[in-house]
Design a protein around this ligand. Sequence first.
Ligand code: SIN
Length: 478
Amino acid sequence: MKVEKLHMRCLINGEWRDARSGSTFDVRNPATNELIATAPLLDREQVEEAISSANAAFPAWRDLPARERARMLRAIGDSLQRRSEEFAQLITREQGKPLAESRGEVAYSVNYLHWFAEEAMRVCGDIIPSDSPQKRILVLKQPIGVAAAITPWNFPIAMLARKMGAALAAGCTFIAKPAPETPLSALLLGELCQEAKIPSGAVNIITGDAAMIGAALMASPFVKKVSFTGSTEVGKLLIQQSADTVKKLTLELGGNAPFIVLDDADLDRAIDGAIFGKYRNAGQTCICVNRFLVHESFAQEFSERLVERAKGLVVGNGLEEKTAIGPLINDQARDKVVGLLNSAASDGATFLCGEGARQATSRFVEPCVITGVKPSMRIWNEEIFGPVSTITTFSSDAEAISLANNTPYGLAAYVYSSNLNRALRTAELLDFGMVGINDTAISNAQAPFGGVKQSGFGREGSKYGVDDYTVLKYLSVA
Ligand code: SIN
């Protein structure tokens, strides 16, 4: 496959580089364990080179007319669209998700690149009326400087496009560190940046030891901003590491999404939303439903219909068109899900389907639905990241809201009701950064993606996503 040669190199200062030591790490298909490629294990000096090149490229990139930056971003998006099938196949091979979802991820990424190409031309400041006719108050929005992104394995290219698009639009130069499980589509995106004539150093894509690269980025006084998508545990470490250089952070961390079915919900819509919101990417998204909270009057019907649909989802290799649920990313991910299932069972939860998953030894975990889940259980409190639906019942709206908010996380939540006022009121009382009302397909380039509480801070996508890469400068003119 053409991409394999390319993927063995990192993009630093406009050049494709191997590790100086020649060291590489393996990238394997999670469905088959087949070795797909190797990628460089850069050393610290090479990471510093990437940082220096981004720093050197910053003044020229910042000063380029926004229209020029927009043109290049659009060109990257256009190339990605043209090569979407190649990227989709690669994403499925490195990440495991079904091909249809990989195609969706590529389209989602193109949207981010095109959206931010437009937003590049709208990074506007303000003129604020002063107390005196002799004085002017001007506010400039300026790019913060070198921005780095640490991206996750669950959306190998979309999370990169979302961070890179905003950074380049704002006028920042950029360093990406993709997840070691899925670096290939990210490295291939570097080829599109080269074709679009992004200046040397303005985009760098580096791979290697995650802890070393993270520490180097966080310690560098040249890196002014880091955007991270991943676990709350690593996010907390980055907050600590950012203290020395007082870096700006955007953190999109873990979630524990509730899905509330009020007693006037349209069950057909709720079940469709539940299947998409729970089982896409085998349950491995930060906004996947973690807890179904269902009004007691509906609980039986909802559970039966969810079980029927879940049982119909085909588990298999994502490259096969019939597959709806691919493998989990690795054996540790499988072990975590199996551990949560067994702990829920021993704490009294009941399996309505998928009990075999308690003994899963492969990464192909069958979809499960379990009921009788309580806030005291581990499975209530931890992000499952697997194809497991947990159901808890409630008897009043107030109880549903209180149960939903009973978590330190606050990324996404969902409410199903046929009464818009009631749904809006419920959404207003939920401590989450995003709420889908009769909707679980909430992600798009135009909307601000992000959480509250221990799900992080900052926003990605939308006009607010660009703000995260800018600083305000106030000019007082007398
Ligand atoms: C995530 O899981 O972190 C991102 C999900 C999305 O963008 O839909």
